[in-house]
Ligand binder design. Structure first.
Ligand code: HEC
Ligand code: HEC
Ligand code: HEC
Length: 428
């Protein structure tokens, strides 16, 4: 469950599939099933399988399955500065789900942000990304959604502002243009597949792209890092920095395509492991995709233009050597055994903190969360030979955590602005 902070986040879950995907590559599927004659059952099954894969790549489950609820029954709560909105029941229930929706209804919701009854949807539902989905994928998704068992759960009503659906007409006019994904002929098929998976289905930008005052993603700063708020436990909302995914110094500069592929496919690479909000993304989505698709995503991400710091950001001065020195002993006592004296981590210890995007993010919230609450992967995922990181909330004071944060932010070539105790206190 997740929500928005500041203006930024508008919101802040196979082997057979590999075979089926290969089967479908380069093939057009008729949405109305008109191509089904002999062997109809197989084609229909294949369409459903393809749709299931699209749902995985789009992580529909993370947003539409509340803790303890039936799959896709909705009720996941999104908290924003202007109130609370709940995800819809998208099971095949006729009363409370989308069981009455036609294929065209679903297409319009994904491509245009308009529900079957004609009302406007809020972009907490990332139709601003899904608008790029191909018609074939939408048709397959529809076939799959029809197989999802009906559940009669009815999500709670939204807060006042999220009943003002008329307002979305204005927002859409200003910030949204429906557009299908267009492959770039100058790029390889792998790159184009990656661009499609990251931008149209995976909606990575929903968290990693900064937003303007009206909470619209700013395409000119795509994937350069943003802030969001998310539930990590059922009852606790936390602020997070969704790090810069470009290959600049405070982003994925030290990550190779192989590192990133492995991270997305297994939740672990020697550069970093999944934890925090990425546990949902990797656990429910990217780890369920084929290795080829994970690699395509990594290829695309590693090609993103470098982040050029916006005016003013350059004037934020990094941690001074004096500030960093205050945290050295704590680092030595508490962190060094896993992250290393030189911040380089190791195969049997932990991820590098030197050149690490979470450590260097101008917004320190994810770093503070790691220290306060520890870092563990999604259920069932392994971190190679690493031991997971335990929480320090009860062991270190706010000042200690600020000091050790400043040590890692100002050492080994890292150059991020300092953190103070008040910022740590805010995250408790
Ligand atoms: C980032 C979270 C998120 C993701 C990912 C997401 N949804 Fe949603 N979805 C929502 C929210 C929140 C709403 C409610 C929007 C509103 O009420 O305006 C919603 C609404 C919908 C609706 C409208 C239902 C109705 O009765 O009005 C449909 C259909 C839908 N989602 C389908 C999907 C499908 C299919 C996927 C995967 C391709 C998906 N969603 C992925 C958050 C999400
Ligand atoms: C719900 C919000 C959200 C979405 C969606 C999301 N991310 Fe993230 N991502 C985060 C946050 C927060 C962090 C920093 C903390 C952490 O690692 O969980 C992060 C960190 C990362 C990291 C750095 C990991 C590290 O150890 O330094 C990578 C790489 C990444 N995300 C890639 C992606 C890709 C690719 C997608 C799309 C498939 C994606 N993210 C979608 C929120 C998100
Ligand atoms: C027992 C070994 C261990 C100790 C001690 C430890 N860590 Fe970690 N740390 C890890 C592991 C393993 C991960 C990766 C966890 C995951 O990905 O699920 C991690 C992750 C992190 C991250 C997130 C990195 C990223 O890429 O997003 C930060 C930041 C961090 N640690 C800082 C610290 C600091 C500061 C200390 C001391 C206060 C510390 N760690 C102590 C093992 C440790």
């Amino acid at each position: 469950m997740r929500c928005l902070r500041k203006p930024p986040y508008w919101v802040s879950g196979v082997l057979g599939v590999a075979v089926l995907t290969a089967l479908f590559a380069g093939r057009t599927v008729e949405a109305d099933g008109s191509n089904l004659s002999s062997g109809a059952t197989n084609d229909a099954d294949a369409l459903v399988e393809r749709g299931r894969y699209v749902a995985l790549a789009s992580n529909c489950a993370s947003c539409h399955t509340r803790r303890g609820g039936a799959p896709y029954a909705g009720g996941v709560k999104f908290e924003t500065p202007v109130g609370t909105i709940y995800s819809s029941n998208i099971t095949s229930s006729l009363e409370n789900g989308i069981g009455k929706w036609t294929a065209e209804d679903l297409r319009r919701a994904l491509h245009e942000g308009v529900a079957a009854d004609g009302y406007r949807l809020f972009p907490a539902f990332p139709y601003t990304s899904f608008t790029q989905m191909t018609d074939e994928d939408v048709a397959a998704l529809y076939a799959y959604m029809r197989t999802v068992a009906a559940d009669e759960y009815r999500p709670p009503a939204n807060d006042f502002l999220f009943k003002q659906r008329w307002a979305m007409t204005i927002w859409n006019a200003l910030f949204f243009e429906p557009a299908r994904f267009k492959p770039d002929p100058k790029q390889t098929p792998e790159w184009n597949r990656g661009a499609y998976l990251v931008g149209a289905l995976g909606h990575c930008g929903a968290c990693h792209t900064p937003r303007n005052t009206f909470m619209a993603e700013m395409p000119e700063q795509a994937y350069q890092g943003s802030s969001l708020r998310e539930y990590v436990t059922a009852d606790k909302v936390r602020d997070w920095a969704a790090v810069n995914l470009t290959s600049s110094a405070d982003g994925l500069k030290t990550w190779s395509v192989d590192d990133l592929t492995k991270y997305l496919h297994t939740g672990f690479s020697l550069r970093g492991g999944a934890w925090g909000p990425m546990n949902d993304v990797v656990g429910n989505s990217t780890s369920k995709l084929t290795l080829e698709d994970a690699r395509a995503m990594a290829t695309y991400i590693k090609s993103l233009p470098l982040k050029i710091p916006p005016e003013g950001e350059a004037t934020i001065s990094p941690v001074t050597p004096e500030q960093a020195a205050l945290g050295q002993t704590i680092y030595k006592d508490r962190c060094e055994k896993c992250h290393g004296a030189s911040g380089r981590g190791g195969m049997f210890s932990g991820p590098p903190l030197a050149g690490n995007p979470t450590v260097q993010s101008a917004d320190p919230d994810s770093l503070i969360n790691a220290v306060l609450y520890g870092a563990t992967p999604a259920e069932g995922m392994k971190l190679g030979a690493w031991e997971t990181m335990k929480p320090y909330a009860d062991v270190l004071s706010d000042t200690d955590i600020a000091n050790v944060s400043n040590y890692v932010r100002g050492s080994w070539g890292n150059a991020a602005p300092p953190v103070d105790a008040a910022r740590v206190a805010k995250q408790r």
